[in-house]
Ligand binder design. Structure first.
Ligand code: GUN
Ligand code: FE
Length: 428
């Protein structure tokens, strides 16, 4: 293909958590969707190529990365926010997910959800579907059509679940295999991820089978870990021989193998569990809105960060009610301030660059080289026109970005790029 694109504008990215690179009127150049240059001028070799000039707009990577969301819970946003995790699942979540046995209902809801991802500039996401393989394939098809990148999971659950949302163990594994094979029809941007819901809803036999499939098919893994005290006590009662919640996944080869794993929440991990997360380089998906809504707690993000555990941010639709990762990012900062002021002065609050890093390059690591404008990264980008955010004062590029993250919204996103291509508004 060998296509070259050159974008011009005010460029901002975080190569490291502690640092914004800001380039006034800079250029980002990509060949075949991969960044070859980002700087203040165009190297002579690219001098002949046309330039897409975005004037005074901001250009940020990668778009945003949402490392944890439940697509079938889209219509439940804002419901049951007076409940904690386990009653919330029983009352709201499971009955809604059961409806996805109907592919037409799935197409309706997933179409709206994918459109909302696009609208909010989430170019990459790691998603839960439901136990239904055909509906999960519908979600993958819609993401592919929209030109968005995602890991999508057919959920597995074979115990402690209502009869309308439970699988037979062998059927669950057979369906997962069939679905993994059917997933090969999608391109490099939309891929499968093995998805045991969480330990309470999966037998040991199912988890072992899924661990084997992940390794055999070279497919990553996602689940939930240490979200809520009732959940943690339940896991301890179900598996009294296990050293801790984290080790249940580890012992079933669902983390620490050759494929990467992302675990949502990780709020109440012990030091030993954090050591395991660090040793296996398992990614934490921090979901601040969800943790507030379901009274789950405040994750020790600074501590996880210092232990070099990879961290991304997640909307956790619909534990969280907000799709916009710009807002998830600012909520992560706010919650870290509450931890610092109310709980422990050792946990310094997150800075803007740290939170931005988590929402871009931090989560982007799960996809390879994504989330930055450094050489070798896939070119995902958002172009932001903040002129209607009235401000007659001179501001730095960082200040303009901070202001947009806090008070702006999707109306200011004028273009979205995924892997070097413009993603136009999805039509379904
Ligand atoms: N744990 C198991 N299932 C779920 C879910 O759907 N949402 C959240 N937030 N936690 C879970
Ligand atoms: Fe979740």
């Amino acid at each position: 293909m060998n296509s070259t694109i050159i974008l011009k504008g005010n460029i901002l990215y975080t190569p490291r958590p502690s640092e914004f690179v800001a380039i006034q009127q800079g250029y980002v150049i990509a060949v075949d969707g991969v960044v070859v240059h980002c700087g203040e001028s165009i190297p002579p070799a690219y001098g002949e190529h046309p330039i897409t000039d975005y004037g005074d707009h901001l250009i940020i990577p990668p778009g945003f990365v949402d490392t944890h969301a439940h697509a079938p819970q889209y219509c439940n946003r804002g419901l049951g926010m007076d409940k904690e995790l386990l009653p919330w699942l029983e009352t709201y979540t499971f009955p809604e997910e059961a409806k996805f046995s109907d592919k037409e209902y799935a197409r309706l809801v997933y179409g709206a959800f994918v459109h909302d991802l696009w609208r909010n500039g989430t170019t990459r996401s790691i998603l839960f579907g439901t136990i239904h393989k055909d509906s999960t394939l519908v979600l993958m098809e819609l993401l592919q059509k929209a030109g968005l990148s995602a890991y999508v999971g057919k959920v597995n659950m074979d115990r402690n679940s209502p009869e309308f949302l439970i699988e037979d163990t062998h059927q669950s594994l057979a369906d997962t295999k069939e679905w993994l094979e059917a997933s090969a029809q999608f391109g490099p941007l939309v891929k499968p991820i093995i998805t045991p819901r969480f330990v309470p809803s999966c037998t040991s036999e199912l988890m072992s089978g899924l661990g084997n499939l992940a390794q055999a098919y070279n497919v990553p893994v996602q689940s939930h870990l240490s979200e809520n005290h009732g959940e943690i006590d339940w896991v301890a009662a179900l598996l009294p021989e296990a050293a801790n919640y984290t080790d249940v996944y580890y012992e079933h080869h669902l983390m620490g193998g050759k494929v990467p794993t992302v675990m949502a929440h990780c709020i109440h991990l012990s030091d030993v569990e954090m050591d395991r997360m660090a040793e296996t380089q398992t990614m934490v998906s921090h979901c601040p809105y969800s943790n507030v809504n379901l009274s789950s707690g405040i994750a020790p993000i600074r501590k996880l960060f210092e232990r070099k555990i990879p961290i991304g941010l997640g909307s956790d639709i619909s534990g969280g009610h907000i799709v916009s990762m710009a807002k998830v990012l600012t909520e992560a900062i706010g919650l870290s301030k509450m931890k610092w002021v109310e709980v422990d002065q050792m946990y310094a609050p997150l800075t803007l660059s740290e939170a931005f890093y988590m929402a871009t390059k931090g989560g982007g690591k799960f996809f390879g080289k994504v989330g930055s404008f450094e050489k070798g990264c896939e070119l995902d980008a958002l172009v932001i026109d903040d002129t209607t955010l009235f401000d007659p004062n001179e501001r730095s590029l960082e200040e303009r970005l901070e202001r947009w993250l806090y008070v702006g919204d999707d109306r200011h996103i004028v273009e979205r790029y995924v892997a070097g291509k413009v993603a136009p508004e999805p039509t379904n």
